[in-house]
Design a protein around this ligand. Sequence first.
Ligand SMILES: Cc1ncc(COP(=O)(O)O)c(C=O)c1O
Length: 435
Amino acid sequence: MSLADQKAHLSPVWARYNDIIVDRGEGVMLYGDDGRAYYDFTCGIGVTNTGHCHPRVVAAIREQAGLLLHGQANIVYHKPMLRLVEGLRQVVPSGIDAFFFSNSGAEAVEGALKLARHATGRTDVIVFDGGFHGRTAGTMALTTSKGKYRSGYAPLPSGVHVAPYAYCFNCAIAKAAGRNTAEMSAGAPADSGCCGDPLRRVEHILHANTTPDDVAAILVEPVLGEGGYVMPPASFIRGLRAICDKYGIMLIADEVQTGFGRTGKFFAMEHYGVTADIIVAAKGLASGLPLSAVMTRQEIMQKWHAGTHGGTYGGNALACAAAVATLDVIIEERLVENAAAMGAVLKGELSELQQNNPLIGDVRGAGLMIGVELIDEAGAPNAALAKRTIAACREMGLLVITCGTYDNVVRFIPPLVVNDDQIHTAVGIFRQALV
Ligand SMILES: Cc1ncc(COP(=O)(O)O)c(C=O)c1O
């Protein structure tokens, strides 16, 4: 069977950006069986934060594979999971000291919501327009970044209320007031530019669509990922914290994409000085092995009674060993600091491009999670330009992908080991491709 025949037997449900078959990855680079090298500014959608095949992560996986592949969490403890608990305690916000592990981001989001329900005795959840939390039956109901993720899959679980996210570039009130959306969405602690409307909508939902006594959780991405790489003003996230405190609602931060240094802080909530009650992490946690975490305070975790949640593979030994090594690499190689420094270079170079190109509507984000929103002459989302641009980038050896409800935001998420030469090369390719 030829490779082409083999490909034809894979499900078409994977929406594919590229036809490349990769043989190998190293650092920022992917190597195709076509003999070509690609700058990977997709990072497997924000997963390979330590770079492809970091030698220390690979060595930890090899060593663990020779000792124990699977130590099922209901049956035994294993050391990689216990070491991971110790490692995570050094990087999570103070007060967060209890952990549950599963395999994927969606699984952990569902777990977090189940925990919030048991801990509060309430049922409902407020999520945000443009949010992406996964594709399982439960998380589909929480995901509103694209209609196609839920189309044809009804009925979805009920009790989910969707509020607007603070998407300053698209905010009609900000536009009417002529506010500088770039400054408002910079996430600067001093920001005061938000019109406050999204928070008023949350309060309204709490009184019109449900009641505070019915709402277990407000689930939010600290930076909207799949929905368009939108960094909200700090006042938005702080306001959500205040609403949760007022009504005894759990604030759940979905840090699946933003965690582990991606935004130039270990967790993106640090940009706003806010600690969530429950943090969900995955992607960057284990450098590519399937692992996710629900992290909270003991007093909350203790309300999740034995046997009411679980899974066969969650927190498996190999993935936990990879995660322990990943944490060591992130800390010892100062990758969070590198993400902040290289992110400033990346955002700076892309913002320079914006000066001379009216089709770049917005350059935003933090650290190495930067989105470039492309528009047409009338200011409408320009998906055709985004599609053409990422295809031309690929031809020139740069892998980037899009996001946003209208697929018009090109996202830059390189591994956190990226250096300024690589960023300069990538932006140079993007500039040539953007025609
Ligand atoms: C913020 C966020 N939450 C949840 C998920 C779902 O994670 P997974 O694909 O591992 O189920 C994703 C995946 O992209 C994500 O970006």
